[in-house]
Design a protein around this ligand. Structure first.
Ligand code: C5P
Length: 228
């Protein structure tokens, strides 16, 4: 099986839209691999913070990335062997991730790593540019969104559950800033590609969103088979 024939489901959308939970469950149901591309930008922000490299210094960040040892093992995120699963989810690293993500040097340095997740029998990848840049030939492209207040509410509950200090108004403001930065940056901005199917989750829970993606995937397979 050539790499390009391995199916990819690309799920893009703004911060805290719930796309990670949906993508992970879809991957589990299909027995596919899962790529949380946002975690990579968070790792870069954390590594830079540890090494005292400014998040605005794209060139130095780009040269730092090939020296990082990044692994996803048993649901844990490891940076140079250290479990950073909780550290990368802090509000500071959420903000840092969207700052390091504006640099083309950072995005290019993470490209090959993202492609390496495409393994049989398939991949579900979530992020901002899965459909537009990283997996342009994805079999199914979903743009998953929800209004910003709903997303702030979800992120607030998530942080409280993880025993991370949280304030709703601060989260709302942070999400609005990150949305603006993600949508207006010149390199791989957040956008719905023309082939992507819109999945609005304002009035859908995770199970309903998962069912929607699985149904669209089956439909895409039928369409593909009927064209053969
Ligand atoms: O998805 P998550 O909120 O974890 O992503 C953190 C940040 O990483 C986002 O705000 C965005 O700026 C950046 N990101 C990106 N491209 C991706 C995934 C995440 O620019 N494919």
């Amino acid at each position: 099986m050539s790499v390009n024939s391995i199916p990819v489901i690309a799920i893009d959308g703004p911060s805290a839209s719930g796309k990670g939970s949906v993508a992970e469950r879809v991957a589990h149901q299909l027995g596919f691999h899962y790529l949380d591309s946002g975690a990579l930008y968070r790792i870069v922000a954390l590594a830079a913070h540890n090494k005292q490299i400014a998040w605005s210094d794209g060139a130095t960040l780009g040269t730092m990335i090939p020296n990082l040892h990044i692994a996803f093992t048993n649901g844990e995120v490891l940076l140079n062997g250290e479990n950073v699963s909780t550290a990368i989810r802090s509000p500071a690293m959420s903000n840092g991730a969207s700052q390091v993500a504006v640099h083309p040097a950072v995005r290019n340095a993470l490209l090959a790593l993202q492609h390496s997740f495409r393994k049989a029998p398939g991949l579900v990848a979530d992020g901002r540019d899965m459909a537009s840049v990283v997996f342009t030939d994805a079999q199914l492209k979903i743009f998953l969104t929800a209004n910003v207040e709903e997303r702030a509410n979800r992120r607030y509950k998530q942080l409280i559950q993880q025993n991370i200090d949280a304030n709703y108004d601060v989260i709302l403001q942070d999400l609005q800033e990150r949305d603006a930065r993600d949508k207006t940056r010149s390199s791989a901005p957040l956008m719905q590609t023309k082939e992507a199917i819109l999945l609005d989750t304002d009035n859908r829970n995770i199970a309903q969103a998962v069912a929607f993606v699985l149904k669209e995937y089956q439909a895409s397979l039928q369409k593909f088979n009927s064209q053969q």
